[in-house]
Write a protein of this length. Structure first.
Length: 305
């Protein structure tokens, strides 16, 4: 039996709607520390529906402002595993710090349940942490994404063997970087993983989130294979040239000859106030990129639907 292609659907969480397939802008201090505060405030204040932030970053940046500034967007809180892995800082990131972040910022979805206890040698025994989370926040309406950490198919099966279905599980996640070094290999491995999840284990109704995937030319093909959600940071460190479906250096906003609302406003500002335009360049670049990703995913949903 072939894998069923995921079709356009709307999911409601806490009276907030997310349509899939969807791209979720994410932020990490690992990739672009200098832009982080500006990019975070831009996400909070603009009309883009969803975003993902690392609890590790919020904690170590000593972030004190409220995240939920709008009632209609979905706030995804990542456990911080990516930052810990890249900074080799697991000894300074404990369960209680993550739990405190969840309580303080009240996300709609918490990502990476199995990554919470970073000091446990066997990552397949971290399910006690999910129970800890669920017990503390069972009446808050918080949902969870469950990250599959296996680097091969048997490891993924070992994880799924211990997995217990819960109505609060929003999606399975898998990092794109684990799929392989080229797109052909990644597609082959993704097909096998989806088949394991949906056919062998019967979890066909749980969404699938491909983490760290924001290269535009791959999103449509992945969605046709069965991926519901994507996230990535390229919206705040590159320029998305939608006419060529490729990413350019972050300085190239004016070179792509785009007439979106952000690029049009920026060109006017360049003529009237060059200094102000230079100061505000990042904001217009963020806006352009997010608008292009939004249009891309709308096109993907039309194709799927």
């Amino acid at each position: 039996m072939e894998i069923e292609i995921m079709r356009k659907r709307s999911i409601m969480i806490q009276n907030k709607i997310i349509q899939t397939p969807e791209f979720i802008p994410s932020l990490t201090t690992i990739k672009n520390f200098s832009n982080y505060p500006l990019a975070l405030n831009f996400l909070k204040n603009q009309n883009f529906s969803h975003f993902m932030i690392s609890a590790y970053d919020l904690h170590y940046l000593n972030y004190k402002e409220e995240i939920q500034t709008k009632s209609d967007f979905l706030f995804f809180l990542d456990s911080g595993a990516f930052e810990i892995y890249n900074q080799n800082n697991s000894l300074n990131w404990k369960n209680e710090q993550l739990l405190n972040c969840i309580g303080k910022f009240r996300p709609d979805v918490v990502v990476s349940l199995d990554d919470i206890n970073f000091n446990v040698g066997n990552r397949y025994e971290d399910y006690e942490n999910y129970n800890l989370l669920r017990k503390r926040y069972e009446n808050t309406g918080i949902f969870y994404e469950f990250v599959l950490q296996g680097r091969n198919f048997e490891e993924i099966r070992l994880q799924l063997d211990k997995f217990e279905l819960d109505k609060k599980i929003f999606a399975f996640c898998y990092p794109e970087r684990y799929l392989g070094n080229n797109f052909k290999t990644r597609k082959e491995n993704l097909t096998k993983i989806l088949k394991i999840i949906k056919e062998e284990y019967g979890f066909s109704e749980i969404l699938f989130h491909l983490m760290g995937c924001s290269y535009p030319k791959f999103l449509k093909q992945y969605s046709q294979m069965g991926v519901d959600l994507f996230d990535g940071v390229h919206w705040n460190d590159s320029i998305y040239d939608k006419s060529k479906n490729m990413l350019l250096d972050f300085s190239e906003l004016l070179s792509i000859n785009c007439n979106c609302s952000y690029c049009t406003q920026y060109k006017v500002l360049m003529k009237n106030n060059l200094i102000k335009a230079e100061i505000q360049y990042e904001l217009f670049a963020f806006g352009h990129n997010l608008l292009m990703y939004k249009e891309l995913m709308e096109e993907v949903r039309i194709d799927d639907g």
